[in-house]
Design a protein around this ligand. Structure first.
Ligand SMILES: [Zn+2]
Length: 354
């Protein structure tokens, strides 16, 4: 039976090859790499080069005279804002190491200039050779490499943090996770925290989100706490997260899509969870993963993944008991806390506890 697909039509891409570590999970084994260690050219990562070669028909056609050949030392791979490796291609302007343009891998097929509006401004691989449009065909301005480098460092750092926290959680004996401590602090997010998460999800932050969080009048969660007040409108989890991050439900669809996509590429963040060792799981033809990723309803795997990805803790009150996701084995004044209750397959944001 073919895997179920979400109604939004999003199809999770298959990973290119076993030789490549799955996207999104690499930082767990590969801590932040110093800039000097980044591949200066695809030659340092031949497998990547082979895999990332676009499959569009243009590959076999000769490049037009509107394009120039990029010497290998004038290009490098980078990460997109979700932290996925080898999805950006940084191409230096000829004769300079200070100015560059970024091309982003779209649908695993073609490389599009991120600064230009028309999607047709693309870089093309012909075998190992990379061709990019001549400067006069770009509408965008060159970017300072210094800025590109700093942006890259930021996404690498954010991703490495997410992974190290996941490892920390996975490293604890499972008993410790289940026997969480009795009192855990409820922590509200900063606007910076929310903005960061909105960036990762590709949705727009609004200060309305902070206004909703202000209604969460909770200081501490005890094992005996019961939900009291909740945000009136029962919703899907995606709608709740949309409200908490952007102030209204309108971004739920985008959040669902982005969540699924990141779970598909970054499932290794789950490490050891619910009897599975995700860290050692291959993405190829994996029935367990397919079932989780394409499940019709949100599962514990989704919630645990979100808690690790966003470095928060999530508590769901369902059938008179709490289910915990993320780190509940220690209390601090830092880890953002999201509490929801579930009734009749609908969720509500919890505002106060009894
Ligand atoms: Zn451009």
């Amino acid at each position: 039976m073919p895997p179920k697909r979400p109604s939004n039509g999003f199809i999770v891409p298959t990973l290119p090859s076993k030789r490549l570590r799955p996207e999104g999970a690499t930082a767990a084994v590969d801590p932040i790499r110093a800039e000097s260690e980044r591949p200066a050219s695809p030659e340092t990562s031949p497998a990547n080069d082979r895999i990332l070669r676009p499959r569009s028909r243009t590959v076999n056609q000769a490049p037009g005279d509107d394009k120039r050949l990029v010497p290998e030392e004038e290009r490098m791979y980078g990460r997109n804002k979700n932290g996925t490796e080898n999805t950006h291609l940084i191409v230096f302007e000829p004769g300079t190491q200070d100015w560059a343009r970024i091309y982003s891998l779209q649908n695993k097929k073609y490389w599009r200039c991120v600064g230009c509006r028309p999607k047709s401004i693309r870089a093309e691989f012909h075998g190992n050779d990379l061709y990019v449009p001549l400067t006069r065909f770009h509408q965008c301005q060159l970017k300072k490499y210094e800025h590109i480098r700093k942006d890259q460092e930021k996404v690498e750092k954010r991703f490495a943090n997410a992974c190290s926290i996941a490892e920390h959680i996975a490293g604890e004996p499972e008993v410790a996770i289940k026997n969480h401590i009795d009192n855990v602090h409820f922590n509200h997010p900063s606007s910076e925290w929310l903005r960061d998460r909105c960036d990762s999800l590709g949705v727009e932050y609004s200060t309305k989100a902070i206004q909703l969080w202000a209604k969460c009048n909770i200081e501490e969660i005890k094992t005996t706490s019961l939900p009291e007040e909740a945000e009136a409108d029962p919703s899907t989890v995606y709608e709740c997260i949309s409200s908490l991050f952007t102030g209204d439900k309108r971004s739920a669809g985008k959040i669902e899509k982005s969540w699924t996509k990141n779970l598909s590429s970054g499932y290794k963040l789950l490490q050891q969870f619910a009897g599975h060792n995700f860290a050692k799981m291959s993405r190829d033809n994996n029935k367990i993963l397919e079932d989780i990723i394409f499940a019709n309803d949100i599962t514990d795997f989704h919630l645990e993944f979100m808690a690790r990805w966003f470095q928060c803790r999530v508590g769901i009150f369902e059938a008179n008991r709490w289910k915990h996701f993320g780190n509940w084995s220690s209390s601090d004044y830092k880890t953002i806390t999201i509490l929801m209750k579930k009734e009749h397959e609908k969720y509500q944001i919890i505002l106060t506890l009894d």
